[in-house]
Design a protein around this ligand. Sequence first.
Ligand SMILES: Nc1ncnc2c1ncn2[C@@H]1O[C@H](COP(=O)(O)OP(=O)(O)OP(=O)(O)O)[C@@H](O)[C@H]1O
Length: 571
Amino acid sequence: MKDISLVLKMMLKEKRDILISIFFGFLAGITAVSLFAASGYLISQAAFAPPIYTLMILVASVKLLGITSAVSRYGERYFSHRGTFTILKNIRLKVYDQIEPLASRLLQKYRSGDILARIVGDVESLQHFFLRVFYPPVVLAAVFTATIFFTMYLSIGVAMTMIGGVIIVLVVFPSIFYLFQKKTAVTMREKRGALSSEFTDYLYGFRELTIFQRAERKKQQLDNNMKQYEEIKAKENRQLAIREAVVIFFSFFIAVIILVQAGFYVSEGNLAGTLLAMLFMIAITVFEDTPSMAVLPAHLEESKASSKRLTEVWEKETQTEEAVHEIETDVPIQFDFKDVSIQYPTEKKPAVRLAAFQIKPGTNIAIVGPSGSGKSTLMQAMLTFAPIQSGQLLVNGEELDKIAPDSLWRQLNVSLQHNHFFYGSIYENLRFANKEAGEEACQEALEKVQLSHFSLEDQVLEKGTNLSGGEKQRLALARLFLRDASVWLLDEPTSSLDAITEQEIMEEIEKATKYQTVVTIRHRLTGLEKMDQIIVMNHGEVVEQGTYMELMGKKDGYFKAMKELENSQLV
Ligand SMILES: Nc1ncnc2c1ncn2[C@@H]1O[C@H](COP(=O)(O)OP(=O)(O)OP(=O)(O)O)[C@@H](O)[C@H]1O
């Protein structure tokens, strides 16, 4: 039950459509049985050449039942599919709502292709739960119950045989099939996840794979994965076909048994001969929809696994989010690091260890240090994206994990090393930072980052592939000028720019952030004289901190050595 709780909850929200479709499903089933029963009776009666009005009544009933059956079948399909699509929509929204705030953390745990397989493949699989797992046994049970009661009135013996058939079709067969089902379903989902992961790797890395002549090998690997998935899928389809055939064969077999049994009763004089065809027709029709029970176990297992795979993605994370609250908007933000140790789940030792340091409101801070020293990790921690193993990272005195990330992000202006751009116009890509921003503000923002040669209508291709590295950085910065945020976190915001453009843009940022907090990760050590504080990192630790003058004044200082080395290279 726990495994399918996600889809059950979403299904119960659509009670109205579910009840209406069950009603129409029952009506369609029972009128189909009545239609064939009346037809059988009509054929038998006609043989005795009864008065014409008797036949007319029967013919009219057959016609009426035919129309009612068709209309109710339409109603059943309409409401059951409408319900299914609404349930699917609700699941999609729920999954998106849960995953969106956790995106960065999830991508450290799962491969993006696997996440994609879950939110597309697993969500799609859940559409079968209502249509093929929940709904068929409910409607079949209702139609069988009504039919058996009616048959009891004609012949208790035939009704008993029918009950036996129902138990086998609705309980025995699905239970046996379910036992055999589990293994293939699990392997198939694993293969689907692996295939999707390999495929995204292939797409993302296509250029590198081609340059290093590895594309063919990767393609073969992908083909193998595809073949394995197809084989397993074909195996499952074969199994489903065999199961369906078994159920169909059994349905006809039970109808023949009923015919023989009823024939015996007629020959014994215990049943009117005119009822023989009718009972046979009833048996054939009432078992007509039972093949759906052959595919039910496969869909049940698939729904359970899909629902579980989806919820496990956010379950653990949500537990920690229960007690969170929003930070106040009108209070300047201060970050306090206290013995913080940050360790990525895949690593054996911490990437960053910070004994004690503060980022006070309104200060201008630079973080410098060699590549891999932990600068970005520190910034990621402030954004709630890096896993804090021990110690405390406080935001205005509150532990970071007690704060609703949304409320923090609203106050931050962030430019990361790699910024994402969406397929669309420059205008759309800018307004992504602030929905309220008008054309004039966007144009001004472009001017500040020296991109005024772009028009707002110019197109940006997926991931900004038609922009140069420097243009991407400038467009990412332009977004920040459109937002009103009190803390700017900039991870190497100008690393792809020439020195003059860099200086001019940094001046614009300075003008825009006079009273704000600005934390900038820098590789080049120029323009640091005005900083309130420079944090120097090495091997995941803060090795020095102070103003430019203080650090340059240190005999054998690490920063001083770095600066001297940089100067010597420039000469
Ligand atoms: N998602 C991750 N999973 C595992 N390890 C990571 C992850 N991100 C960074 N690291 C590791 O953490 C350490 C610090 O990386 P970080 O990116 O913070 O360094 P950096 O100083 O910003 O480097 P650079 O200047 O090259 O950007 C590195 O050893 C890196 O391999």
